[in-house]
Design a protein around this ligand. Structure first.
Ligand SMILES: NC(=O)c1ccc[n+]([C@@H]2O[C@H](COP(=O)([O-])OP(=O)(O)OC[C@H]3O[C@@H](n4cnc5c(N)ncnc54)[C@H](O)[C@@H]3O)[C@@H](O)[C@H]2O)c1
Length: 279
């Protein structure tokens, strides 16, 4: 990494929650920051806070679902800092509800932000990282939902499992090339954030499951604690970042059910209302 003036980190979804924690931790480590979000006000407030602490920061209002805006983000990073060392593809949103009740528009929004947003980051930044010919790192935010499919959040499960697949593939490809670029995949359980504010209205079961998720997320680990784990993993060049260890029995049970070809059983949460009947 370019240590002369601190590595350059680009972070999407930086204005809130996990992205904000990552930005604060990166600033503490003396990194130069390019912060992206659709929330212009939140972005400005964070920039002012970090600049007040002496960090070199540029804000770029960016919708990760729009490739031309992600290209502009890359160009802003190049114009301001001359290169990029770390890319955090972190922006994401939630949608709850029965798979068949979620509207086509809601499905498309989830695919566009949670999946295409990460694909755009990879497509637009990895060629730059390769061209630079110096060490770099791509960090994608998936979720425990990247391994375990909860009922009533199909688009989230689908997009996060795709982000796991994309990240593992990218890791293999960069290793094949012998490129000095690492990949890390953040797969947390509940982290205190505002993500449930992005959950759009839908069916009753989806709304009551949303309320359950909201309360679990509000009691989750802090973004600051997660960010410390993430930066430790980057320093170790570690791919998997799984801060919530209590999910491991559920994952083992899932792998066992695949290997034994027994039907999957969901065990992670108490499901609301009529969703119990579907279990
Ligand atoms: N909070 C959790 O419990 C949890 C657990 C696992 C994974 N995650 C993942 O962490 C990531 C960050 O979410 P969070 O929990 O911090 O939520 P958050 O809502 O607090 O922060 C997400 C940020 O992304 C921004 N954003 C939304 N759509 C965007 C777009 N199209 N382009 C750019 N920015 C956009 C929002 O404005 C917001 O500032 C997401 O990918 C989420 O799926 C969260």
């Amino acid at each position: 990494m370019n240590n002369e003036q601190g590595p350059v980190a680009v972070i999407t979804g930086a204005a809130s929650g996990i992205g904000r924690g990552l930005a604060e931790q990166a600033a503490q480590q003396g990194m130069r920051l390019v912060l992206a979000d659709v929330d212009a006000q939140g972005l400005q407030a964070l920039c002012a806070q970090l600049q007040g602490q002496g960090a070199a920061v540029v804000a770029c209002v960016t919708d990760v679902a729009d490739a031309s805006q992600v290209e502009r983000l890359r160009d802003v990073a190049l114009a301001r800092f001359g290169g990029v060392d770390l890319l955090f593809n972190n922006a994401g949103v939630m949608q709850t509800g029965y798979s068949w009740e979620i509207t086509g528009r809601q499905w498309q929004r989830m695919l566009d932000i949670n999946l295409l947003g990460v694909i755009n980051g990879v497509r637009i930044f990895v060629p730059l990282l390769l061209e630079q010919g110096r060490p770099g790192h791509v960090i994608n935010t998936a979720s425990l939902a990247g391994f375990l499919s909860s009922p009533l959040m199909a688009p989230y499960n689908v997009t996060k499992q795709a982000v796991v697949a994309l990240s593992e593939t990218l890791h293999y490809e960069l290793a094949m090339l012998g490129a000095p670029i690492g990949v890390s995949l953040i797969c947390p359980g509940p982290v205190a954030s505002e993500i449930m504010a992005s959950n759009q209205a839908g069916d009753e079961a989806g709304q009551s499951f949303g309320a359950l998720l909201d309360s679990s997320i509000r009691q989750g680990m802090t973004p600051q604690a997660l960010a410390r784990e993430v930066f430790a993993a980057i320093a170790e060049k570690r791919f998997w970042v799984l801060p919530h260890k209590d999910f491991k029995p559920a994952l083992e049970q899932r792998v066992r059910s695949i290997l034994d070809e027994t039907n999957p059983q969901f065990q992670m949460f108490d499901l609301p209302g009529d969703a119990h009947a579907a279990r």
